[in-house]
Ligand binder design. Structure first.
Ligand SMILES: Cc1cc2nc3c(=O)[nH]c(=O)nc-3n(C[C@H](O)[C@H](O)[C@H](O)COP(=O)(O)OP(=O)(O)OC[C@H]3O[C@@H](n4cnc5c(N)ncnc54)[C@H](O)[C@@H]3O)c2cc1C
Length: 286
């Protein structure tokens, strides 16, 4: 087991970055999980006019500013996807594929997944449906697996799983070039429903049905309730108080994942509050 960080921040959008900056300013040992490109939502924004101080900026430009800010403060992004977080009492364990990290406090800044779950997705979760293909790959050795990928990161997971699976279908829910192994069959069709009896047997698409033993749904973020067992949710968002505290001691949240409006400056402001609350919490543990 490695060291125990003061604060682990999950998510590299404006909420997570602002939390990281403010916890670092207060001399805390932090670890920030996310993507080198920060946030897909940031890259996609054509013009932003409501981020104070940066009129008429593109999402790409704002992203580059954020990256320069991280570099200037010596904050690195650990480009790993956190799959589950367990509250252990006075610390948290964060799982990323085969790796484990420990932190005294956690800030969830995972953003908001706008797409609804597929029909059958929740029902078959853990019985053929999963959100981390690499974690569960050994279970599907020699079997048929379908990966529904919402972003480019999903391609890497699909390539890895294709080495173990007998057959792998990849359903991209985005446009672009796909860097996939030759063994993978790309299916350009819309997923509709996960089907089965006790366990998954098929995935129904708009124009066809695939027989499959497993379906992995790889989105930018998974529901926080699934990420952190025991976390209290309210109408699809993480429930927090004014200090960004969740119902779990030492766990804070900020940004789109705690509710509307979905905006950059709100996310950054909440990241600041969450960081200050996490800092006070860590200091109170001494
Ligand atoms: C096209 C478009 C245009 C927009 N224009 C504007 C605008 O003009 N003005 C405005 O104010 N807002 C705008 N928004 C909204 C804005 O993008 C969001 O409100 C903002 O990005 C929310 O920030 P966040 O930090 O909460 O989450 P996000 O920016 O969604 O960042 C969350 C990050 O955490 C990562 N993550 C999630 N789960 C995990 C995990 N388990 N492990 C590791 N990393 C994880 C995600 O992949 C993502 O990179 C726009 C959104 C879109 C899509």
């Amino acid at each position: 087991m490695g060291k125990r960080y003061d604060v682990a921040i999950v998510g590299s959008g404006p909420a997570g970055l602002s939390a990281a900056v403010n916890a670092k300013i207060r001399n805390k040992e932090i670890i920030l999980f996310g993507y080198s490109d920060l946030s897909n939502k940031l890259i996609k924004a054509p013009k932003i006019n409501n981020y104070l101080g940066f009129p008429n900026i593109t999402g790409q430009e704002l992203k580059e500013n954020f990256q320069r800010h991280m570099e200037a403060m010596d904050i690195e992004i650990t480009t790993e996807r956190i799959n589950s977080i367990y509250a252990m009492g006075d610390y948290f364990v964060l799982m990323a594929n085969e790796k484990m990290y420990e932190a005294k406090a956690v800030i969830l800044a995972t953003g908001m997944e706008y797409t609804k779950p597929l029909k059958g997705e929740v029902e078959f979760l853990g019985r053929g449906v999963g959100y981390c293909a690499t974690c569960d790959a050994p279970l599907y050795k020699g079997k048929v697996v379908t990966v529904i990928g919402y972003n480019k990161e999903a391609e890497e997971e699909a390539n890895y799983v294709s080495e173990l699976a007998q057959k792998l279908y990849y359903i991209p829910v985005y446009n672009g070039d796909y860097k996939l192994s030759d063994k993978i069959e790309v299916i350009k069709d819309k997923p509709v429903e996960v089907k089965g009896e006790n366990i998954v047997t098929a995935l129904e698409l708009a124009n066809s049905t695939l027989k499959t033993d497993g379906v992995f749904i790889l989105k930018d973020s998974i529901s926080p309730g699934q990420l952190v067992p025991g976390l209290e949710m309210e109408e699809g968002h993480i429930k927090v108080d004014r200090n960004m505290k969740t119902n779990l001691k030492g766990c804070f949240a900020a940004g789109d994942c705690i509710g509307k409006p979905y905006q950059y400056i709100k996310a950054a402001g909440e990241g600041l509050i969450a960081a200050l609350s996490a800092v006070s919490y860590v200091d109170s543990m001494r």
